[in-house]
Design a protein around this ligand. Structure first.
Ligand code: ADP
Length: 504
């Protein structure tokens, strides 16, 4: 068959395909082209025939095409090149070009046969993927957190610059090596990525990255598996958060706490010692003082009995004053002894119904209550942990005061309780004479009184005892009052069971 005929047949066959086919002579003139070729170049097929092919090659790729042709001429195998073509309207597009040389009967080069496949779409998609990849990479690199991907075999497949920095190894050194190598505890690290493969993720997994220079960085890892389109696990994506600064802050805080605790401990010990010294002193002093005082009192009384009719009025009055003074001193020493006993007393903290405690205190005050016609009411009171004797004394002292410091009307006293966070606030309200605002704290100090003895009897130790008892139960005490209207004493007591041990 003649060459022209075979060429025609060839092109008739390929008129209905989407790839373009050309035959060029060795001068590059188009001898034949199929319809698809004409369509791709945007030119009528008849105009294509006998035109030079090179004008449809984008100028930037003409050299490339030239080389391609040279290669084709030198061998009889098919050569492939990717090339940019120009359409008739001057727009360009990419093609995948296969070229063969056709030989004549004497085996001499006769012509080129070229097929072109439009790859513009593939190229655009590839470009998009490339720029997406670049974007992803720039995001990964922009992260200050060390990021790494690990294959199912535990080998590193990718890292960012932060990982290079924190480990001291380059990307090339890291890729392909075992992820767990770069931690102070490789076992733990291995456990972490095995867990990710098993569960799909880990959050806040604590590890320590070791740098090749010996530095150690504490981190928290978040990691999750990534899969291919068929759901097959390809590897693990892990991001570490450097927590060096948090750790530092935590350590400073811990140190601070420790020193504070140590200081508080020393201070508490010092206080406990000085308290013990003081109460011991008070105990000894009151004991020792009582003896000579008893002597003074009894001799004064003897003097009074035996010589009352022999002495004049003034002398008798002086003896009276002296007896009164000695009695008062005796009362004070007694109360001081009572006060020191409270501190020294071995406390028994047990659950106590405060209503029962209050009732016992009221029983002890029955004489005062009857004499004054006091009306005492109370709301339901809670059960607390405490020492029964001390708490009875506490209520007794406050209520005795409420009766003692009454006005010229029926004393009305009401006790109630409210719960606040981890404690109860107990209040004792009266309608008595009230307390001047400026003395509200002073009244809790030992021997501090606001009245003369001939106005109201007392030694000024009752509220000091009350405050001491409240403190020994871990609570606080205060008073609110208005002169001429009445007062309310408040104290707090823990509502936690078995909390008492901390007050010893
Ligand atoms: P004392 O009653 O022996 O003087 P306290 O320590 O019990 O000692 O009280 C100290 C002072 O507080 C009292 O002298 C009194 O002035 C004042 N006070 C205490 N309770 C009341 C009260 N319910 N109403 C008014 N004043 C009070």
């Amino acid at each position: 068959m003649k060459l022209e005929e075979s060429r025609r047949k060839y092109f008739d066959l390929y008129n209905f395909v989407s790839d373009g086919y050309f035959t060029l002579n060795k001068e590059g003139i188009i001898l034949e082209a199929n319809l698809a070729a004409a369509t791709l170049l945007g030119i009528e097929r008849r105009k294509l025939i006998n035109s030079t092919f090179i004008k449809y090659i984008d100028p930037s790729d003409r050299n490339k095409f030239h080389h391609h042709c040279m290669e084709v001429m030198q061998t009889s195998i098919k050569h492939t090149v990717e090339i940019k073509l120009l359409k008739n309207d001057n727009s360009s597009f990419y093609v995948h070009m296969d070229t063969l040389n056709i030989l004549d009967d004497d085996n001499n080069f006769k012509e080129f046969r070229i097929s072109i496949t439009d790859i513009t779409e593939i190229k655009t998609a590839a470009k998009e993927i490339e720029s997406a990849n670049k974007y992803n990479r720039s995001l990964i690199e922009a992260s200050l957190d060390p990021l790494v991907t690990i294959g199912p075999d535990g080998k590193i497949t990718d890292v960012n610059q932060s990982t290079e920095k924190v480990t001291g190894f380059s990307r090339n050194e890291l890729i392909g090596t075992d992820f767990s190598n770069y931690f102070t505890e490789p076992k733990q690290a291995r456990k972490s990525y095995l867990q990710v493969f098993k569960v799909g993720f880990v959050f806040g997994y604590p590890l320590e990255i070791k740098n090749k220079n010996g530095n150690v960085t504490p981190v928290l890892y978040n990691a999750s598996v990534y899969k291919d389109e068929f759901g097959e696990v390809l590897g693990v994506f892990a991001a570490a958060r450097d927590i060096t600064e948090t750790r530092k802050a935590e350590n400073i805080l811990k140190d601070y706490q420790n020193t504070l605790e140590e200081k508080v401990k020393i201070r508490t010990e010092e206080l406990a010692k000085s308290n013990a010294d003081l109460t011991h002193f008070a105990y000894i002093a009151s004991h020792d003082l009582r003896e000579p005082l008893r002597m003074i009192t009894s001799f004064l009384q003897l003097l009074e009995r035996r010589y009352a009719d022999k002495l004049d009025h003034d002398a008798n009055e002086f003896i009276n004053f002296a007896v009164e003074g000695a009695k008062r001193l005796d009362n004070m020493i007694n109360d001081l002894l009572e006060y020191s006993k409270i501190t020294n007393k071995e406390k028994e903290f047990v659950p106590l119904k405060l209503e029962n405690v209050l009732e016992e205190a009221l029983m002890n005050l029955v004489v005062q209550i009857e004499e004054s016609d006091a009306v005492i009411t109370y709301d339901p009171l809670p059960t607390v942990n405490g020492d029964e004797k001390l708490l009875v004394m506490l209520f007794q002292n406050i209520i005795a005061n409420a009766i003692k410091y009454r006005r010229n009307e029926t004393p009305k006293i009401h006790i109630s309780s409210i719960k606040e966070n981890d404690h109860y606030v107990i209040s004792i309200n009266d309608n008595g004479i009230g307390i001047d605002q400026k003395y509200l704290t002073r009244i809790f100090t030992i021997f501090q009184r606001l009245h003369r003895n001939d106005e109201y009897d007392g030694t000024g130790i009752g509220l000091a005892i009350v405050e001491n008892i409240v403190h020994q139960h871990g609570g606080e005490i205060w008073v609110e009052s208005e002169l001429g209207k009445g007062s309310t004493f408040y104290f707090t007591i823990s509502n936690k069971k078995n909390e008492y041990t901390k007050y010893f």
